[in-house]
Design a protein around this ligand. Structure first.
Ligand SMILES: C[S@@+](CC[C@H](N)C(=O)[O-])C[C@H]1O[C@@H](n2cnc3c(N)ncnc32)[C@H](O)[C@@H]1O
Length: 205
């Protein structure tokens, strides 16, 4: 069953700030510096859409953004965001069901893949991969385990919570890095946040 973040839309950002402070925001804002001017961008799983306002701070105009988010309540909040003179198209659907043009300069997947089982990740990854131009930039951030006990505790707690509230399918982190390696992406830059629990990476196709 597909994840359904509708139930969590009204409290998602507040909960994230209580647990992680601004770390999850910083992890994504750091990535946005890699977005070139006038880029054609695909954002998948942007949640309440605050990333659109951060992107607009970096580029107040010239961007063409396709914003794909499966939860209608998240999209409703995202549509209220300030996006300057950028052009945003909102699509309320699971990314795997959306027919995408194959001409994106940049794709952004912020804390999307942790929702998925290994099998779903492979399918969704390939689908997004095809939509990115050769030489395009893929900005990804997600949780990772680096051997500290508290990371496991936090991760397990999140999986239990979001399985009950949002019916996510995953119960452990899928192997995200390997997906990029097997498609021969070049890792251009990386940075960790929140005691290395969060990894932001810039990849080039
Ligand atoms: C963990 S939340 C992260 C939200 C946001 N990126 C943030 O960091 O605040 C994952 C988001 O991905 C969306 N999502 C999950 N599966 C999806 C799919 N298959 N296609 C598009 N969006 C999806 C959920 O609705 C949710 O808003």
């Amino acid at each position: 069953m597909a994840a359904n973040y509708n139930n969590s839309a009204w409290f998602y950002d507040a909960l994230s700030r209580v647990v992680y402070g601004r770390s999850l925001v910083r992890a994504q804002v750091w990535l946005l510096e890699y977005v070139p001017e006038n880029a054609n961008i695909l954002i998948v799983g942007g949640g309440t859409g605050w990333i659109l306002e951060e992107l607009t701070r970096v580029h107040p105009s010239g961007l063409t953004i396709t914003y794909v988010e499966v939860a209608a309540n998240m999209v409703a909040l995202s549509k209220k965001r300030i996006t300057g003179n950028n052009h945003v198209s909102f699509i309320t659907n699971a990314i795997e069901n959306v027919v995408l043009p194959m001409d994106f300069d940049v794709v952004i997947t912020p804390f999307l893949f942790d929702n998925f089982t290994e099998q779903t990740l492979q399918r969704v990854f390939c689908h997004i991969h095809k939509a990115l131009k050769p030489g395009g930039i893929w900005l990804n951030c997600d949780f990772q385990l680096t051997g500290r006990w508290w990371q496991n505790v936090l991760l397990k707690t999140m999986f239990v919570f979001f399985r009950v509230i949002c019916k996510i399918e995953a119960s452990q982190l899928p192997d995200i890095n390997t997906r990029f390696e097997e498609k021969n992406y070049k890792m251009v830059d990386e940075k960790t946040f929140f005691g290395k629990f969060v990894l932001s990476r810039v990849y080039k196709k």
